[in-house]
Design a protein around this ligand. Structure first.
Ligand SMILES: Nc1nc2c(c(=O)[nH]1)N[C@H]1C(S)=C(S)[C@@H](COP(=O)(O)O)O[C@H]1N2
Ligand SMILES: [Mo]
Length: 197
């Protein structure tokens, strides 16, 4: 099932959020060097209170029901790219399949490189938030976050962490890597939530 359009426009029927321009290329934006990762070694840990509640291997993950989304993506550096096609597993599906009950309302998404970004649970389990392993029907390239990255299409793209390997539950909303440098805690492109304060 391909879903589109749900968060894709504002009430004025505009498709490009305020302050954004349309980009046709796919820029690479990384704070850290691109890691060399083998998908066979990939796994995802779900953590709370320093305890690993679940660890999902690639062999298990790849057999979970998949979802494809077609979404416009908005980067805080002002590029917007229309109609990006990503395939992966909805976070909500992952939790259901594991029979996992989220312990708190707040999460920190973590990459094997150390990059982090905070995403509220309510956004993490929305229909179009996926843990993605494929872009335009190809494996995600290493510089774009392969083998596995998060896609949170309705928030600025820094929330879509590349090279993810953990979801950590937190008792309160806590800034991640860019949020510590002043990026907004939530990051709604339609409200231009680029920076805090
Ligand atoms: N691990 C990691 N994930 C990351 C980033 C990063 O620096 N490291 N940058 C974020 C930002 S600011 C953006 S705009 C997008 C860029 O993704 P792309 O390089 O595939 O365009 O990834 C996000 N996820
Ligand atoms: Mo970004």
């Amino acid at each position: 099932m391909v879903t589109r359009g749900f968060f894709g426009k504002n009430e004025k029927n505009e498709r490009v959020p305020p302050g954004q321009y349309l980009e046709n290329r796919f820029p690479v934006l990384s704070a850290e060097p691109t890691p060399k990762l083998d998908i066979k070694d990939w796994d995802l840990s779900i953590i709370y209170n320093n305890e690993t509640l679940a660890k999902i291997s690639w062999d298990v993950f790849k057999n979970l029901p998949s979802t494809s989304i077609n979404k416009d993506i908005h980067c805080v550096t002002r590029w917007t790219k229309f109609d990006m096609n990503w395939t992966g597993v909805k976070v909500s599906t992952l939790f259901e399949e594991l029979d996992f009950k989220p312990p708190t309302e707040w999460t920190m998404i973590g990459a094997s490189t150390g990059y982090t970004t905070n995403v509220p649970l309510k956004d993490l389990v929305l229909e179009n938030t996926i843990i993605s392993y494929s872009y335009e029907d190809e494996p995600i390239s290493p510089e774009h976050g392969g083998p596995v990255r998060l896609i949170v299409p309705h928030l600025y793209f820094w929330k879509s962490a590349k090279w993810i390997d953990k979801i950590t539950f937190l008792d309160e909303d806590t800034p991640g890597f860019w949020e510590n440098y002043g990026y907004h805690m939530y990051g709604d492109p339609w409200k231009e939530q680029r920076y805090s304060g």
